[in-house]
Design a protein around this ligand. Sequence first.
Ligand code: NI
Length: 158
Amino acid sequence: MALRDIHVDDDPVLRKKSRRVDQINARVLTLLDDMMETLRHQDGVGLAAPQVGVLRRAVVIDTGEDVLEMINPEIVEQEGEETGKEGCLSLPGLLGVVPRPARVLARYTDRDGGQREVEGEGLLARAICHEVDHLNGILFTDRAVEMVEPEEDEDEGE
Ligand code: NI
């Protein structure tokens, strides 16, 4: 496993749409391993492949409670709305207030090629939505209703 460099700020790769993963090969598995290692090294909640410069539909999430590796994730149901603070490893120093569904149901493929479903509420729902947005070139700043000064809010960054 290896740490990958995170693409930040105005890097154009963050604005591109990622392609589906057709075949789970050694390269995809290494990508997932490296992404999880990079996520933990950065103490983040989620990371999507385009953030490490790979335009493929793969994300990793670790909320502290739930750990997920998702290939070709899709949100198939969503319910309610919850507003909360959000940051992103690709937008260092930025924090915003973002409305997200309170609950989502997502389908994805796991690293063994199995079809899976996960239901998430609260932080997990937020993380799934944030990471799926990355696969479509969308950043949280596009959805934020208000930006917050991180200095005023040191204890609450994600
Ligand atoms: Ni992000």
